[in-house]
Design a protein. Structure first.
Ligand code: PBG
Length: 311
């Protein structure tokens, strides 16, 4: 009986996600054993440093792909939102799983809602996408950088000088911490989520037919269409997870995908946002990108990348 090894980062969230994947695989009742191997990536070792400094997008993914190439692992479990736009040769996303809540969660001390936060309140985020949209909505707030995994950020909200933080609902939900912790969920009209947020990507070697067949059972075709549109947009604007880009697609009753795509300046002063709809997810993503590029998205992103490089 083949043992299929699932590799992931060693954070508690990554472990929870991988355990969930294994429980879904076990339900299939196929003759395989499953094992988890934790991989400590460079990105995990330097969480306190600005990621862009040490290789930017795909930092976590590369080392996990190396482990797959070396056959140490067979499946890599990723948050789709941490996946770079393009994979290295030899790998493919065998499944995009069902999507938990894609929205961002606003968590405030004393549960003060975003609308009611006093001027100058300190909101922690480590995402330029969140800071751009937050400041566009509430330019009077004081956005501060907050780093670390989910547990660390929640601790910093309690112990340090933050009035509120923003986290992905998905991570909280998977940790089993949704509910009471969250002050409010930010709807896409306030905060467009990150491309792929809430879905898991199960990556494998593209010549491993057995694993590809196995993963096909976990693929959610509706989510794949949505995330495909979002990622086509991300790729066409050449963005990664370090730049202020959001993309959120829904699947409509007629089978068309509707994508809202966003590029903003980190200070929230410029927000470019367009909605496109169509039958071909890739085309919808590229069209949205084209519209934003026409309006100056590339200049905004180039400026952000230059600033990150100079940090
Ligand atoms: N950038 C970190 C990260 N990568 C994936 C998630 C969880 C959400 C998801 O699976 O989409 C988070 C936490 C966060 O952004 O608050």
């Amino acid at each position: 009986m083949r043992t299929i090894v699932l590799g992931t980062r060693k954070s508690n969230l990554a472990m929870k996600q991988t355990e969930w994947v294994i429980s879904e695989l076990k339900k299939l009742d196929l003759p395989y054993n499953y094992e988890i191997k934790k991989i400590v990536t460079k990105g995990d070792k330097i969480l306190d440093v600005t990621l862009s400094k040490v290789g930017g997008k795909g930092l976590f993914v590369k080392e996990i792909e190396q482990a797959m190439e070396d056959k140490e692992i067979d499946i890599a479990v990723h948050s789709m939102k941490d996946m770079p736009g393009e994979l290295q040769d030899g790998f493919t996303i065998g499944a995009i799983t069902n999507r938990v809540d894609p929205r961002d969660a606003f968590i405030a001390n004393d549960h003060i809602r975003l609308e009611d936060l006093p001027e100058g309140s300190v909101v922690g985020t480590s995402s330029l996408r969140r800071s751009a949209q937050l400041l566009a909505h509430r330019p009077d707030l004081n956005v501060q950088w907050i780093r670390g995994n989910i547990e660390t950020r929640l601790r910093k909200l309690r112990e340090e000088n933050f009035d509120a933080i923003i986290l992905a609902s998905a991570g909280l939900e998977r940790m089993g911490w949704g509910g009471d912790l969250v002050t409010e969920y930010l709807e896409p009209d306030v905060c467009i989520p990150a491309v792929g947020q809430g879905a898991l990507g199960l990556e494998c070697r593209n010549d491993d037919k057995e694993v590809l067949d196995l993963l096909a059972h976990l693929n959610d075709e509706a989510v794949r269409k949505r995330v495909t549109a979002e990622r086509a947009f991300l790729q066409a604007v050449e963005g990664g997870c370090q730049v202020p880009i959001g993309g959120y697609a829904t699947l409509e009753e007629d089978g068309e995908v509707e994508l809202t795509a966003l590029v903003g300046s980190p200070d929230g002063k410029v927000i470019l946002k367009e909605t496109r709809r169509g039958a071909d997810p890739e085309q919808v993503g590229r069209d949205a990108a084209h519209l934003l590029l026409e309006q100056g998205a590339k200049e905004i992103l180039d400026k952000v990348k230059r600033e990150l490089d100079n940090q």
